[in-house]
Design a protein around this ligand. Structure first.
Ligand code: ADP
Ligand code: 2DT
Ligand code: MG
Length: 215
């Protein structure tokens, strides 16, 4: 069912390393879109509220250990379980602003020893394809000015440096609409850049079918 005007919403993803400002900017974008009369909702991955998400949450908080392939597949399953809801909302004309997606999934697992990028991508092949993926670019020195690492798994500078390299490999993929955002700017200027790209993507997506990621 395609909303009253028959226009679907856009799937917009924010990616980037720890403290780049993803969560801050997702909520500001949703607020700005809503205030301009465009239906929009925020989502985040992992979604720690589901049964699968609770397993992931315990793992990230170091309250449980999971085998590396297993947790990779749980992160992917945590996206797939939301796909029916995502498609329904997009068809209703709601733009979804998503804090992390399959790109984080691949970047983080493939930063572990023994994991190839292509193996990491396979479980997410066919997910709803984002109309726009913004990578909030911030170097480690700038990130450090925003506070210390937290206590969660993966929050170390060595690991984050490898994650950054994996994101750079993923950004070479021309089938995905990547836009690099200078996340070292102040919050309002980052927001202005993100809003401009998003409005453009929302307008284009209206007349295009939703794609399938990496397929
Ligand atoms: P992420 O979700 O990418 O880890 P957050 O949005 O949680 O990042 O932001 C991390 C910290 O940096 C928060 O304390 C936030 O207030 C601050 N912050 C976010 N954007 C900026 C910015 N452009 N300049 C300075 N500090 C920022
Ligand atoms: P935040 O909740 O602070 O964003 O941190 N991650 C995320 C993965 O390893 N695989 C994934 O598929 C996703 C979506 C990144 C969540 C942590 O989980 C990592 C940081
Ligand atoms: Mg965040």
């Amino acid at each position: 069912w395609l909303g009253m005007a028959g226009k679907r919403g856009a799937l917009i993803v924010l990616e980037g390393v720890d403290r780049a400002g993803k969560t801050t900017q997702c909520s500001k974008l949703v607020q700005a879109l809503q205030q301009s009369g465009r239906p929009a909702e925020m989502m985040r991955f992992p979604d720690r509220t589901t049964t699968i998400g609770q397993l992931i949450g315990a793992y990230l908080e170091n309250k449980s250990d999971l085998e590396d392939h297993t947790v990779h597949l749980l992160f992917s399953a945590n996206r797939w379980e939301m796909v029916p809801l995502m498609k329904k909302k997009l068809e209703q004309g709601i733009t979804l602003v998503v804090d992390r997606y399959a790109f984080s999934g691949v970047a983080f697992t493939s930063a572990k020893p023994g994991f190839r990028l292509d193996w990491c991508m396979q479980p997410d092949v066919g997910l709803p394809k984002p109309d726009l993926v913004m990578f909030l670019q911030l170097n480690p020195a700038e990130a450090a000015l925003r506070g210390q690492f937290g206590q969660e798994r993966y929050e170390t500078s060595v690991f984050q440096r490898t994650v950054q390299q994996r994101f750079e490999q993923l950004m070479k993929d021309q089938t995905v609409n990547w836009q690099v955002i200078d996340a070292a700017q102040n919050i309002e200027n980052v927001h202005r850049d993100i809003t401009a790209h998003s409005l453009n993507a929302i307008n284009k997506a209206q007349n295009l079918p939703l794609g399938e990621l990496w397929s």
